[in-house]
Design a protein around this ligand. Structure first.
Ligand SMILES: Cc1cc2nc3c(=O)[nH]c(=O)nc-3n(C[C@H](O)[C@H](O)[C@H](O)COP(=O)(O)OP(=O)(O)OC[C@H]3O[C@@H](n4cnc5c(N)ncnc54)[C@H](O)[C@@H]3O)c2cc1C
Length: 328
């Protein structure tokens, strides 16, 4: 049995969620009591030496497709490349960590290959009877849905990043990396990139953002919200929020973080006046560094914080912004 994981990478680094997918792949092999292997599939420019490190997490081999037109994500091209390798090799399933990019890619591949697709998966199992089972949240997280899928052709499963477990390297072995030849049929493409417009950091999709400044009810409805945006701008961050801020209409729903909002994995998140309710922290557990500012020293948010500041956001924010501006 060959379990495939999709390699998410950025700036020649593999994203943590990819390593976490190896935990799911090993679990699937163990539960079926099957001997098998884990294969990584990587698309676009990433160094061989970086891909080899997947071996430290139990990945036996990596299929790498990189060709002209794959310098940055292009849905049609990446889908063609992925379909080519999937159809050549016929894996048991393809696991991905859900991001805006994998969501787009998986839907294209599943539609063209007529395979089962599960988005926002919380759990996934293969049965010995040739079926697959999955669980995912529906109705804004109030309900969960049990799904039964055909396990052939290989289903594609997008895991919610928040349910993926952290893992550490367990061996020295390097993965065997094979470059797979692929040529874009450029003339057949229905879309082509005319221009790439860099988004201002504060407008960046939360799932793509490296730095997030998140506002909670503690910032209030007054002028402090302007300071939240000013802080984000000063440090090149994107603005996110808890549900009360969305309910007040200060930000649109796509900026909500949490169980019924976005699951984010930035390098740094600054939480301002956020108590740390479970429904919120579920969406930000993958953040690498957490700073929290809150007036109540006992709030749950501080349990997640690498740096906790007890104080009034209305006083601290203007001081913080002016200090950052001074040091720029
Ligand atoms: C099914 C379900 C799904 C949900 N999904 C989500 C979700 O996806 N995302 C989400 O965010 N919520 C979600 N919620 C709501 C969630 O339960 C919490 O109510 C919400 O996260 C609380 O947001 P908050 O931390 O901003 O507000 P609060 O819990 O009210 O916390 C406000 C914080 O601000 C602090 N504070 C107050 N004044 C100041 C000041 N001047 N300076 C500094 N600190 C101050 C307080 O000490 C407190 O810690 C969901 C709820 C349910 C039932």
């Amino acid at each position: 049995m060959d379990i495939w994981i999709y390699v998410n990478h950025r700036e020649d680094e593999i994203e943590e969620t990819t390593f976490s997918l190896t935990v799911e792949a090993k679990r699937l092999l163990d539960e079926l009591d099957q001997t098998g292997r884990i294969t990584g599939v990587a698309l676009g420019p990433v160094s061989e030496s970086v891909l080899e490190t997947l071996g430290h997490y139990g990945v036996e081999r990596v299929l790498h497709v990189n060709a002209d037109g794959m310098e940055r994500y292009q849905g049609e091209v990446f889908a063609q490349a992925l379909i080519q390798v999937v159809q050549q090799e016929n894996p048991a399933c393809l696991l991905m960590a859900q991001t805006a990019e994998t969501e787009d890619l998986a839907q294209r591949v599943a539609a063209i290959c007529a395979t089962a697709l599960v988005t926002r998966a919380m759990d996934f199992n293969l049965t010995t009877e040739g079926k697959a089972l999955a669980i995912r949240p529906v109705a804004n997280g109030y309900l969960f849905e049990d799904l039964e899928l055909d396990a052939s052709p290989a289903p594609i499963v997008l895991f919610l990043p928040a349910v993926l477990l952290d893992t550490a390297p367990s061996q020295e072995t390097a993965a065997a990396v094979s470059a797979v030849a692929f040529q874009t049929a450029a003339d057949d493409l229905k879309t082509r990139t005319v221009e790439v417009i860099e988004a201002a950091p504060e407008d960046l999709d939360l799932e793509e953002a490296d730095i997030i400044v998140a506002a909670g009810r503690g910032i209030g409805k007054g002028e402090t919200f302007g300071n939240v945006q000013a802080l984000a701008k000063a440090i090149g961050g994107s603005v996110g929020a808890t549900r009360p801020i969305i309910d007040w209409g200060l930000l649109e729903y796509e900026r909500q973080i949490g169980q019924t909002g976005k699951y984010v994995a930035p390098r740094l998140i600054i939480n301002l006046g956020i108590s740390g309710a479970n429904e919120y922290t579920a969406g930000m557990e993958k953040a690498q560094q957490v700073i929290a500012i809150d007036s109540n020293p006992r709030v749950r948010m501080f349990r997640f914080a690498d740096l906790g500041v007890v104080g009034d956001v209305h006083e601290i924010l203007p001081l913080l912004i002016s200090r950052i501006e001074e040091h720029k």
